[in-house]
Design a protein around this ligand. Structure first.
Ligand SMILES: [Zn+2]
Length: 139
């Protein structure tokens, strides 16, 4: 548990960034803990072997990428023009068509008696069910 908490300080210790009491704390732990001694030895070996690698020159800078400019293609204009060509005459034609009156047969229509009877029965059942629900809730 202590080893896990100490691990960030171990990294700093290997890099030589740790000073003062924290460095003393790490050194005291390292004297007692073989596991952390091994970790530090491994990291030091890795760090020293990385430092032996040759340094390479930085790659040449790439030219900045241009953001693509968006220009509406002629297809977009063609579709817009066609839409206007179709919509404007249609709107003009629709504005000239008189609104038809609803036929009298539709206005006078009355449902057949069986439909009226079924509707009333369904409504009565729904009302009685609703009343029972309210009685149960308000109890
Ligand atoms: Zn440890």
């Amino acid at each position: 548990m202590l080893c896990e908490r100490l691990e960030p300080d171990l990294h700093a210790y290997v890099e030589g960034w740790l000073t003062g009491r924290r460095a003393e704390h790490v050194e005291a732990h390292l004297k007692e803990c073989a596991l952390c001694q091994q970790k530090v030895a491994d990291w030091q070996a890795i760090t020293s072997s990385l430092r032996t690698l040759p340094t390479l020159p930085a790659p040449p800078r790439r030219p900045a990428l241009r953001s693509p400019t968006i220009t509406p293609s002629y297809e977009v204009w063609a579709v817009a023009l066609l839409t206007l060509i179709i919509l404007l005459p249609t709107a003009w034609w629709l504005s000239r068509v008189p609104i038809q009156q609803v036929p009298e047969q539709v206005v006078r229509w009355t449902p057949p008696p069986i439909a009226t009877q079924l509707t009333e029965q369904t409504l009565q059942s729904a009302h009685s069910l609703w009343n029972r629900v309210q009685q149960e809730v308000l109890r």
